[in-house]
Design a protein around this ligand. Structure first.
Ligand code: NIG
Ligand code: FE
Length: 423
C-alpha cells in the first residue's frame, strides 16, 4: 500500500536567505549576472513534500502552518546546496605515494608518463570488486552531501578495460538507486591510454568506440561522454571521433580540456556543443572567443590547481568577457582528493578573484546547468527541490571563503529532510 503523507517543513530564524531566483526560466548566469545573488534578511522557507513552496521575510505575525516540522536556523544563512558537476568519486585507493613524489619535484605529467597517475588508479580499480567499490564510493557520497553537495556528476575512467569501465558505471547506477540527491553518470573511457595499448593507440580508440560505447548505451549506464583532451592524453582528432560516436548513442559531451596546455580542447568541445568543458587552466583569448560563440559551460576546478601547483583557470577574465562560469570539485585521488565545495568557493575567491556572490552562482545554478538540472536544482525557487544548506551562525556570506577550510555547514536538507547518512 502507498501512503501519501503530506510533509510540511518550516524553517525560520534565517539571518539571510541567499540564492533566490524567482524566474524559473533562468537556467544559468553569465557575465555581470553572476554578481547578482538575490537575498532576503530575516527570512523563512516553507517546504511541502520536499519542494520549496514559499519563502519570504519572517514577520512577527507570521503563521506557521499547523502540523509543520519547524526548523530553527539559529541565525545561520540558508543557501541552495552546491551542485558538483565534475567528480570521480568511484575509485579504489588514494595516491599519497605520488603526492610525496610531487613534493620531491616530479610533475603530474612526469608521473603519468611513467605509468603512474590514472594508470596507477586503473590497476588498483581493476583489482577491486564492484561491491567494495560501491561501499567506498557510497562513503564519499555521504561525505560530500554532509559538506553541502545536493546534486552530483560522477565519471568512470579508472577502468580502462571494457569490463572495468562497465563495473564503474554499474557502481554509479547503484548509487543512483539509493541516493537522495540526483546523480548524473559520465562515461570517461578515454581518460588515458592503458599501458598495453601504448604502441597501439588506434586499438584503444577502437575499443572505446566499438566495444565500450555500445555496451554502456545498451545497459543505459551513462548520461554523458567525456574525453581527456590534453597533452599526453587524447588529441583533438581522437576526441572529435569519440564524441561523434557518442552522439549516435545520445550521449552529450563533457570534456576535460586545456589543463596541461593550449591543446584545442575548448574548440573541440564548442564544436560538439558539449555541455561543459572543464579544467581550463590554459585559456587565452582564442579559447574565450570560441566559448563566446557557443553554449558550452566553462568549468574551473581550483582544487586541482591548488593541489598540483598549476595555474588557475582565468575565471575572472571569462566572467568579464560575458561568459557563464561554473566551478566543481573534481574530487579524485590524483588531483583533488577533497570534495568540499566550500573550499572550491574559497579558492575561486582567493585565487581567481571571483566575488563570493559569483562563486556561489558558479557552484549552484551554473553547476546545475552543467548537468542539466537547472529546472529542479541550483537556486531558491518555488517548485524546485528543497536541497538547502543551513550554515552555522556566521557573520556574512563572504565569511565562507574568508574563513577558508573552515566548515560553514550546520545542517544540510535534502528534499526537505535533514540529511543523515545513506546506509
Ligand atoms: O580531472 N585530468 C584528468 N583527470 C582527473 C585526474 C585523474 C587522476 O589523476 O587520477 C582530473 O584532474
Ligand atoms: Fe576530472
Amino acid at each position: 500500500m502507498i501512503y501519501h503523507t503530506m510533509k510540511t517543513v518550516f524553517i525560520h530564524n534565517i539571518q539571510t536567505l541567499y540564492g533566490i531566483i524567482d524566474n524559473r526560466n533562468v537556467i544559468k548566469k553569465s557575465g555581470s549576472e553572476m554578481s547578482e545573488l538575490l537575498s532576503i534578511n530575516n527570512a523563512f522557507i516553507l517546504i511541502e513534500n520536499g519542494i520549496i513552496a514559499s519563502y519570504g521575510m519572517f514577520t512577527s505575525n507570521a503563521q506557521i502552518p499547523l502540523g509543520a516540522e519547524v526548523i530553527d536556523a539559529q541565525g545561520g544563512l540558508v543557501l541552495p546546496t552546491f551542485v558538483d558537476s565534475h567528480t570521480h568519486i568511484v575509485f579504489a585507493k588514494s595516491r599519497e605515494e605520488e603526492f610525496e613524489m610531487r613534493i620531491k619535484g616530479k610533475s603530474y605529467e612526469e608521473i603519468a608518463a611513467a605509468g603512474g597517475g590514472i594508470l596507477n588508479s586503473a590497476r588498483k580499480l581493476q583489482n577491486m570488486s564492484e561491491d567494495e567499490l560501491y561501499e567506498s564510493a557510497l562513503k564519499r557520497l555521504n561525505e560530500v552531501i554532509a559538506f553541502g553537495t545536493g546534486a552530483i556528476e560522477i565519471k568512470s575512467g579508472y577502468g580502462l578495460t571494457v569490463d572495468d569501465e562497465l563495473k564503474m558505471l554499474r557502481v554509479v547506477k547503484r548509487l543512483k538507486a539509493v541516493s537522495p540527491i540526483p546523480i548524473k553518470a559520465t562515461f570517461l573511457g578515454a581518460h588515458a591510454i592503458p599501458a598495453e595499448y601504448k604502441q597501439n593507440r588506434r586499438g584503444y580508440i577502437d575499443l572505446v568506440i566499438n566495444e565500450m560505447l555500445p555496451k554502456v548505451a545498451a545497459e543505459d549506464l551513462a548520461d554523458y561522454c567525456d574525453v581527456f583532451c590534453d597533452q599526453g592524453f587524447f588529441t583533438v582528432e581522437e576526441t572529435d571521433e569519440i564524441l561523434t560516436a557518442a552522439k549516435t548513442y545520445n550521449l552529450k559531451a563533457k570534456i576535460h580540456g586545456n589543463e596541461l596546455g593550449y591543446t584545442g580542447g575548448v574548440q573541440v568541445a564548442v564544436k560538439h556543443d558539449a555541455l561543459s568543458v572543464d579544467h581550463l587552466e590554459y585559456t587565452g583569448d582564442e579559447e574565450i572567443t570560441s566559448l563566446l560563440s557557443g553554449n558550452t559551460m566553462p568549468v574551473g576546478l581550483p582544487h586541482c590547481s591548488f593541489f598540483l601547483g598549476i595555474p588557475y583557470a582565468p575565471g575572472r577574465k571569462m566572467i568579464d568577457a560575458g561568459l557563464p562560469f561554473c566551478l566543481a570539485s573534481d574530487y579524485n585521488p590524483g588531483s583533488s582528493p577533497n570534495g568540499r565545495m566550500s573550499f572550491v568557493v574559497a579558492l575561486a575567491c582567493i585565487q581567481m578573484k571571483l566575488t563570493p556572490e559569483e562563486a556561489i552562482n558558479a557552484t549552484t545554478i551554473n553547476g546545475a546547468a552543467a548537468i542539466e538540472l537547472s529546472s529542479t536544482h541550483g537556486s531558491i525557487t518555488i517548485g524546485k527541490q528543497a536541497n538547502l544548506i543551513i550554515t552555522k551562525p556566521i557573520p556574512t556570506l563572504a565569511y565562507i571563503p574568508y574563513a577558508f577550510g573552515v566548515d560553514p555547514v550546520a545542517k544540510v536538507l535534502i528534499n526537505g529532510n535533514i540529511f543523515t547518512d545513506i546506509q
